[in-house]
Design a protein around this ligand. Structure first.
Ligand SMILES: [Zn+2]
Length: 493
């Protein structure tokens, strides 16, 4: 049953993701891959495509690609080869790109994404993962009004993994969530930094609509490939826009899949629209043929075992492991894992010292993560290490002071480079002894007959009015203990 507010169609989405592998050098030459170098300073005869130069495969790139494909549950081909994809563009001086056509090194995988709030769960099939080299970069200087275009070939020959999914995604929100999961996995694996600002991860999306007809037939709109999306938010926005646009076009023209060729549209982020670019080339337009300058690659079981050994726990497994090991909710485990491997390591260290996973998770999420977000920092640079934070949390657990006082100390330690013990001493915080606490509570009761009467009349929550006064008398008192002691005294009156 579709709800009346639902769209009268299903959105069908497949993704093509290009990920730059984290190698020091390019795929077929020894040039560095460092980002941000002056234009054309990281080039050589091979990546410039000069006649007579010969490519040699970067083993590390291949190993990283195999690790990624295994984590994506792909089959690894025992024999794989390289192909030339021929096309002309100014940023491709060779006139061809070395890629993989009919025998990619891996195929038939999947990656599942589950919404932590339970909105959806989707297992997305992966058709293939193959390796290829990147092209250079054209810089169109339209601002200067000269229509001048410059070419930077530093990026030419950089190793890329292309990940092609089945059209299994069913909404723009799912597509965004799946991309987040993919990125998290690749970063966990150490395969790519997935930095989208630096072009380390690029996404193209194929989208069309399936529209059920009154006669039971399903009308399918022509597939459109959307390019130029430089954030996952853009991917989601572009897909939302494109679904609505295709439905409008279908209502006007009735055009269906198969009668019109696949179209490429570019995403104009500031305008929030997709614009027609060109009709898509078919693979026959590229005149693929086997690369004669490179030997095929064979992969044996020993290499696969070695690659598996480098994988570590992927995020999906780690979420379950953390929840089980530290008795925290699936939601908390999701928040922690999504912050990356370093934060998880910090958390596990902290939880082990504190002895209570939930308490450690609360401090980490409410205090540490908030601070990191405010400062725009990562956990590696966080000045309060797990042993110091565990010391602070331990003092709260023992009742030396309450959580809000603990937060003040946290802020002081963060600001000053002093230890927890030093801040506690400097603030004159000392655990309030039992006799002092009792005396203080008696004083409060004597001064607040109205509250005492209310509590006696059954309104226990009135005791909250005593806490603020208690803190004024002695900032070191524990509010929970004050409340407890006052209630016991009143009951005994
Ligand atoms: Zn080079």
């Amino acid at each position: 049953m579709t709800t009346p507010t639902a769209e009268p169609y299903t959105v069908v989405i497949g993704l093509e993701v290009h990920v730059q592998l984290q190698t020091r050098t390019k795929l077929f030459c020894g040039c560095p891959t460092r980002f941000g170098a002056p234009p054309n300073t990281q080039v050589c005869p091979t990546c410039l495509g000069l006649p007579g130069s010969l490519p040699v495969m970067n083993r590390e790139a291949f190993h990283l690609a195999v690790r990624a494909a295994l984590a994506l549950n792909c089959r690894i081909a025992p024999f794989t080869k390289w192909d030339r994809k021929n096309y002309f563009y100014p940023d491709l001086p060779k006139g061809y790109q070395i890629s993989q056509f009919d025998l990619p090194f891996s195929s038939d995988g999947w990656l599942e994404v589950t919404d932590p709030k339970g909105a959806f769960s989707r297992k997305v099939g992966i058709i293939r993962v193959h390796l290829e080299e990147d092209a250079g970069k054209s810089m169109h200087d339209e601002a200067a009004g000269t229509a001048d275009t410059r070419i930077d070939l530093n990026r030419a020959g950089t190793p890329l993994c292309e990940i092609v999914t089945q059209p299994d995604l069913r909404s723009p929100q799912e597509a965004r969530a799946w991309l987040n999961e993919l990125k998290l996995l690749l970063v966990y694996l150490g395969v790519s930094d997935c930095n989208m600002q630096e072009g380390s991860l690029r996404v193209d999306a194929n989208v069309n609509l399936h529209i059920p007809q009154p006669d039971g037939r399903v009308a399918k709109t022509p597939i459109v490939e959307i390019k130029n999306m430089n954030s996952f938010r853009s991917v989601e926005r572009a897909l939302i826009y494109e679904a609505a646009r295709q439905y409008g076009e279908w209502q006007t023209t009735g055009a269906e899949l198969g009668r019109t060729p696949k179209q490429t549209r570019g995403w104009d982020d500031p305008a929030g629209v997709t614009r027609a670019q060109r009709h898509k080339e078919e693979s026959s337009d590229y005149r693929y043929f086997p690369e004669p300058d490179l030997v095929p690659v064979t992969v044996d079981e020993a290499q696969l075992t070695a690659a598996r050994g480098m994988m570590g726990e992927p995020p999906a497994v780690l979420r379950t492991t953390l929840a089980d090991r530290w008795k925290i909710s699936a939601y908390d485990a999701d928040v922690l894992v999504n912050q990356g491997r370093e934060l998880v390591a910090y958390y596990e260290d902290l939880a082990a010292r504190v002895g209570e996973g939930k308490v450690a998770s609360n401090w980490l999420q409410q205090d540490v993560l908030r601070t990191l977000n405010e400062r725009g920092e990562t956990i590696d640079a966080f000045p309060i290490r797990p042993d110091a934070l565990a010391d602070l949390i331990g003092r709260v657990q023992r009742g030396d002071f309450d959580t809000s006082r603990g937060r003040e100390i946290f802020a002081e330690v963060l600001a000053g480079g002093r230890s927890v013990a030093e801040v506690v001493a400097a603030l004159g915080i000392a655990a309030v002894g039992e006799d002092d606490l009792l005396a203080l509570c008696r004083e409060l009761i004597a001064e607040n007959p109205k509250i005492v009467a209310d509590v006696k009349g059954g309104k226990e929550q009135a005791a909250a009015g005593l806490i603020g006064q208690a803190k004024k008398k002695n900032p070191n008192v524990n509010p929970g203990q004050v409340r407890q002691t006052c209630l016991e005294l009143i009951r005994g009156m």
